[in-house]
Design a protein around this ligand. Structure first.
Ligand SMILES: Nc1ncnc2c1ncn2[C@@H]1O[C@@H]2COP(=O)(O)O[C@H]2[C@H]1O
Ligand SMILES: Nc1ncnc2c1ncn2[C@@H]1O[C@@H]2COP(=O)(O)O[C@H]2[C@H]1O
Length: 311
């Protein structure tokens, strides 16, 4: 059995007289946890995008409802075609994403010690869209279908309303169907950055893509300074504001980040993880590639052909 309950779950009432929908009457699931478990769980959940639009009360209910799952090498946590039972957050371990293509299982990606999976079957009431297999021993945190529905799926209606108008005016996404744009909204996270905060760093491994919702970012590249001067300097190469995107290059080219990005003033970004990027933005890659081909020209125009970029 892949599920281990250190202590039996208890139920706490979550009756809310202001809400008239049926499943608000469902009991609130609480899996008791030691302080040490709660700390590990909080660490694992810190960057989970699906949790980024929850308020504190909802987030704390999610944490209460999660239970630890220890997995062995080669274990299938999810099998493509099955009904959805749980959503999973990764604490540790490497997991293959295997999708049947013409009847043959193909590894289309990996989760490497972070991220989450298993949301699609629960969100859209569809069979599991991929098989997830542990490559090594690992630890996950599961959230049952009913709790996921009550806290995450219901929040999606609010998210769609909040971001619908904005997402409609993102030029990159114009070619997508409305339903495809809404599927992006369902899985995005919202992150707010302080003035001057580093959003991503040149040379880092990449796992997210960003669209600026408000505020502005500046994109900086480390260039070796001209002869006679010492050391490296960061030089501004571009800015992005509302509706523009960044962080696609490393995902498309499968390379480290080519530049660093900083918030200028308080900046809000929609964040999409690499798996959702691959699944939902595949058809936008041609547009991205056309724009990427301009980057080199942009750099030559800024620095001249003698520019020595440190990658
Ligand atoms: N390319 C992909 N296609 C389908 N599912 C994927 C893909 N990459 C990651 N996944 C995850 O694999 C999970 C399998 O179960 P679900 O369909 O519930 O949710 C799916 C996603 O969370
Ligand atoms: N001239 C440029 N060269 C490289 N990256 C650029 C340039 N202009 C904008 N960027 C963005 O800066 C981002 C840094 O992270 P990525 O390499 O993932 O994706 C990069 C692009 O989105």
């Amino acid at each position: 059995d892949k599920t281990c309950f250190p202590t039996p779950p208890v139920c706490a009432e979550a009756y809310n007289p202001d809400d008239d929908e049926d499943d608000d009457f469902e009991p609130r699931v609480v899996h008791p946890k030691s302080d040490e478990q709660r700390r590990r769980l909080q660490d694992a959940c810190r960057d989970i995008l699906l949790f980024k639009t929850l308020d504190q009360e909802q987030f704390s209910e999610v944490l209460d409802g999660m239970f630890e799952v220890l997995v062995k090498p080669q274990e299938h946590i999810i099998d493509q075609g099955d009904d959805g039972d749980n959503f999973y957050v990764i604490e540790r371990g490497v997991y293959d994403i295997i999708v049947l293509i013409d009847g043959v299982g193909k590894c289309v990606g990996k989760y490497d010690n972070k991220g989450s999976f298993g949301e699609l079957a629960l969100m859209y009431n569809t069979p599991r869209a991929a098989t997830i297999m542990a490559n090594q021993e690992g630890a996950l945190w599961g959230l049952d279908r009913a709790t996921f529905h009550r806290l995450i799926v219901k929040n999606n209606a609010k998210k769609r309303k909040m971001y619908e108008a904005f997402i409609e005016c993102v030029p990159l996404l114009k070619s997508l169907e409305l339903s495809e744009r809404m599927k992006i909204v369902d899985v995005v996270g919202m992150r707010v950055f302080r003035d001057g905060e580093c959003i991503l760093t040149q040379g880092d491994k990449a796992d997210c893509f960003y669209i600026v919702e408000s505020g502005e970012v500046k994109i900086m590249i480390i260039s070796k300074t001209k002869a006679g001067q010492q050391g490296n300097a960061e030089v501004e190469i571009a800015r992005c504001s509302r509706g523009q995107y960044f962080g696609e290059l490393a995902l498309v080219a499968n390379k480290p980040r080519a530049a660093s990005v900083y918030a200028m003033g308080v900046t809000k970004c929609l964040v999409i993880d690499i798996q959702a990027f691959e699944r939902l933005l595949g058809s936008c890659k041609e547009i991205m590639k056309r724009n990427i081909s301009q980057y080199e020209n942009q750099l030559v125009a800024l620095f001249g052909s003698s520019v020595d970029l440190k990658h």
